[in-house]
Every structure is written in C-alpha cells, then in structure tokens.
Ligand binder design. Structure first.
Ligand code: GDP
Length: 424
C-alpha cells in the first residue's frame, strides 16, 4: 500500500493540479481534504484545458475514485457549475467516480456574501479574499453553525436545523453589516436546488476509504494552496482558513488513521502570490510584467494578475519543513528560459542581520531579499524529457535549489502538458 499527498510548498498556484493529473495514473483514489472553490488547479490533458476549483484532479482518469473529504468547504452551487463544465467537455462524472463525504459541511449562500461584506468593511486593510466565502464558512464550521452534506438526506431534520442557524445568521447580516437577511423560503429553495443536485454523490466516504485501505488501494491526497497559506503555519492573517499542510490530509480526508508514505511538495521555479500580505521577493514594473506574462500568472479563479518574483529559498525551505516533503516537483522551469541570469532570493536581511530561517509573520514585512544570480540557459527546454538533455545551466539551477531547500527534486516540469516532465 502506498499513500501520497501532493501539496503546495509556497503561496499556492505552484502547479499541483498538473502534478496530481500526472501522478493519478499510479493511484486508485484521489481525495481533496481541505479548502473550497477559492483557488484553482489548472489541468491540461487530451480532453482540453480545465480550471478545477473543487473537483479532485483525478476526475479525468478512468477507474479513479475521487473524493471530497469532510475537511472541504462544500459549495454545492459552484461544484455543480464546475461539474457541468467538465461534463460538457466529455468527462464522465457519476456517483461511481465522485463521492462526497456526508461529513463535509455546506458552504451556504451567505458565506460568500459575508466574505464580501467583511472585505468591504476592512477597506485598505483587507486580506485579499477571493470572496468565495471560505473564511466565514470555516468560522461557522468551528462555531457549529452550518450543516453537514449528509443532512441533505434527511430533509425534515435539515429544515429545522437550518431554521435555527438562519435566525442567528440574520442577526449578524442585518445588525452587524446592515445587509438584508434571508427568508427560510429563499434558503430552502437554494438548498433544494443545488443540494438536490449533489445529493446522489453523498455517502460515507470514511467507510469507503477504510475499505480501500484494507484492500491495499493507493490513495492520493490533493491539497489546495500552499504551506505559507496554512492557517496555523502560514503568514497569518494572510492565510487561508484551513490547513493546507500534508499532516492534515488524514483528518480532512476521512481516513484519520492514514499514514503518508510520500509527500510530493510542489515548488515553482519562481514565486507567485495572490492576495495581500508580505511577499519579500516581489518584483514590480516591467521586470514583473515580463515574468507574469512568460508564466501566464493570472488567477485561475479570478483572472487577476498574480504578484510575482524570483524563487525564495528562505520561504521555500520553511514550506518544505512544514510539509515534511519527501520529494519535490519543480514546475515551470521552462518559463525562466527568457532570462539572461536567473535571480534567486537566497537569504533575508532582517533588522541588520542576514538570516536563513523564515521569520515570524509580524516581522516578515521588514525582511529584505538578499539576492544571488546564476547564468541563464536562454533556449527552449519545453521539449526536454531527460535530465541529461537539460542545458548545464538549468541543471545547475535545479541542483542549487535542491541543495538549499534540503529535499530531492524528483520531478522537473517543463510545460503544462501531462508528459512535459523530467523524472530524476
Ligand atoms: P495549482 O493551483 O497549484 O494547481 O496551480 P495553477 O493551476 O494555478 O497554476 C499552474 C499553471 O501553470 C497552470 O496554468 C498550468 O497549466 C501551468 N503549468 C504547470 N506546470 C507548468 C510547467 O512546467 N510549465 C508551464 N509553462 N506551465 C505549467
């Protein structure tokens, strides 16, 4: 038996979707264990280009069972829209290949609304939320003020549970934010419509996973975002509201006894970041625009330009440690081919000291990057499939990063397509 988690090492958007899509060929089950539709995995395969937000990336592989675990923020409306898009491109989604945990909590319409209301209240101190309702959803989950997907199977109990929550939520919407509340009819219409659509997919995925484990099936755990956005280990409060670290995979998937045999940490050959908060190695102006365009760094969900910069060794080393990565996938190496020299943020300068350890969030805004430069390779490497065929300068860069972050770089990705990969 072999269990593997694929996780982000940095701020998210490292190319995890592409790695899960590649690796699913060796796994029987793919589970999403945290987060919601607030980020996106882009997958390019023979069926087309897909921006997945909630669906596990194994959905494209025949015979793979995909699971949305209890740790995800289950937005039935957005999930349904996403499913229709994927189905329309010829991918089959049935209760056989998609299973939704009956213990996943429902993200309700007011979560998105509250997210937008709170960001508006914060004005220039906003967190940079994607306004998908994730923070209000997780707050409510921990306050025990939402409902579980399995309750959709028991409409009578669900109605009375929702009525209680509605009364409390309307107080917050109207009294705190001066917004319009919801009527039970409005809420119920939404629940019946979108909840009804996903009802056939809801089951006891914990039991399914235990069975799969007993049969020696191989399970892949798919994370959203990266270690630096983890609620407990990231750049708080510029984090997401769930745990993106691999250690949470067993809990959020529904298989709390799972052991992870392998953790593939995905790192991009440069840095990108969506939203607010300190981003030490950030580039601005023309330099940033060139890199952004070369890497197509625009949000999969929002389309907004991402902040970009060179690879940040200090942050990446910390991410590797938080994730307990056993292997690294370095993605988008091809994007750096246009550069004469490859910039690397090797260390930070903080309060007059040169440091190598990632600072506490409160002082991170004061950190300045200490740069190093390596020669570029200045040629197209997107067709390379063997390590020996990479230009020496590109190999030197990969080996430098590997040494500095302290983890073996097993995969080097040189293009978005499934086979644009070098395995070392
Ligand atoms: P994720 O959320 O971590 O899956 O990352 P995103 O999907 O937001 O961003 C990854 C983007 O880079 C997608 O558009 C991928 O198709 C693309 N991509 C992934 N790996 C590579 C690569 O090695 N080279 C290039 N050029 N694009 C890549």
């Amino acid at each position: 038996m072999s269990n593997c988690a694929i996780v982000g090492i940095n701020w998210g958007d490292e190319g995890k979707g592409r790695m899960v899509d590649l690796l699913t060929q060796s796994y029987d089950v793919v589970v999403r264990y945290q987060g919601g539709g607030n980020a996106g995995h882009t997958v390019v395969n023979e069926k087309g280009k897909f921006a997945l937000h909630l669906l596990p990336s194994g959905i494209f592989r025949e015979g793979v069972v995909n699971i949305l675990g209890n740790g995800v923020a289950l937005d039935c409306e957005n999930l349904w829209v996403e499913m229709q898009d994927v189905i329309s491109k010829g991918v089959s989604i049935t209760p056989e290949n998609l299973k939704i945990s009956h213990r996943a909590s429902l993200l309700l319409p007011w979560h998105r609304e509250l997210d937008a209301l709170e960001e508006a209240r914060l004005k220039d101190k906003k967190y940079g939320s994607t306004k998908q309702g994730i923070a209000p959803f997780y707050s409510d989950k921990y306050q025990k003020k939402t409902v579980m997907a399995g309750e959709l199977l028991y409409p009578q109990q669900l109605q009375s549970h929702l009525r209680d929550i509605l009364e409390w939520k309307n107080l917050i919407l109207t009294k705190v934010y001066g917004a319009k509340g919801y009527t039970m009819e409005e809420l119920w219409a939404w629940v019946e419509d979108f909840g009804g659509k996903i009802r056939p997919f809801i089951c006891d995925t914990g039991a399914f996973l235990r069975g799969a484990q007993d049969q020696g099936k191989r399970i892949l755990f798919e994370a959203q975002l990266g270690a630096l956005r983890d609620l407990d280990y990231g750049i708080y409060p510029y984090t997401t509201s769930s745990n993106a670290v691999a250690a949470y995979a067993p809990v959020g998937s529904g298989l709390p006894t799972a052991k992870l045999d392998k953790v593939v940490g995905v790192v991009k050959a440069y840095s990108s970041c969506v939203g607010e908060g300190p981003f030490t190695c950030e580039w601005f102006g023309e330099e940033a625009e060139k890199l952004r365009q070369a890497g197509g760094e625009y949000g999969a969900k929002t389309g907004r330009p991402r902040r970009v910069g060179p690879i940040d060794i200090v942050a990446t080393r910390y991410g590797v440690q938080c994730q307990g990565a056993t292997d690294i996938a370095l993605t988008k190496l091809d994007v750096l081919s246009y550069l004469d020299t490859i910039p690397i943020c090797a260390r930070y300068e903080l309060q007059g000291q040169i440091i190598e350890d990632f600072p506490f969030p409160a002082v991170l805004p004061e950190a300045k990057p200490v740069m190093e430069y390596m020669p570029g390779w200045k040629c197209d490497i997107s067709g390379v499939r063997k390590w020996e065929d990479l230009p020496q300068a590109a190999r030197d860069y990969v080996e430098y990063v590997e040494r500095e972050i302290g983890c073996h770089i097993t995969y080097v990705s040189v293009g978005p397509e499934r086979d644009s990969i070098i395995i070392r």
